[in-house]
Design a protein around this ligand. Sequence first.
Ligand code: FES
Length: 147
Amino acid sequence: MPGKVPTRSPTHEDVPMARLASMGLELEEIAVENRITLPDLVELAEDRGRPASHYLAAIPLATELELASSSGVEVRVCAGNCQRYGALDLLDHLVERSGKGRPFGIRPVECLDHCDTGPACELHGEHGKLVLAPATASKIDEALDSL
Ligand code: FES
């Protein structure tokens, strides 16, 4: 787990670990060979009346599952302590954007090692690696549009 945190105060609450654990079990039920697709996850979240970001955060924090990757740029989002600085909003923004325009993959991870400048994202692809920390929805959009 990360040792550093931003010096500014948290702006968001993180999802309690017990809730992530129960969402992890729900995800395991619909996973196929330890993989889960984004549309299946979104459908589950809608059924349960919870934001898709909560289930996305549960993947690295409470399961051994992986989100099935799609082609194009992979957006890694820290869903660990960066939740306290708005990471869940970034994940929900990415879910909303997925399926529109150029394809990209979402990969929630436990930490990206940019803890003191969270919320942290990394865009991986043919361009190499672009770090956004602190990331915002508009910075991610701009980067995805230009890569
Ligand atoms: S907690 Fe380490 S990058 Fe988010």
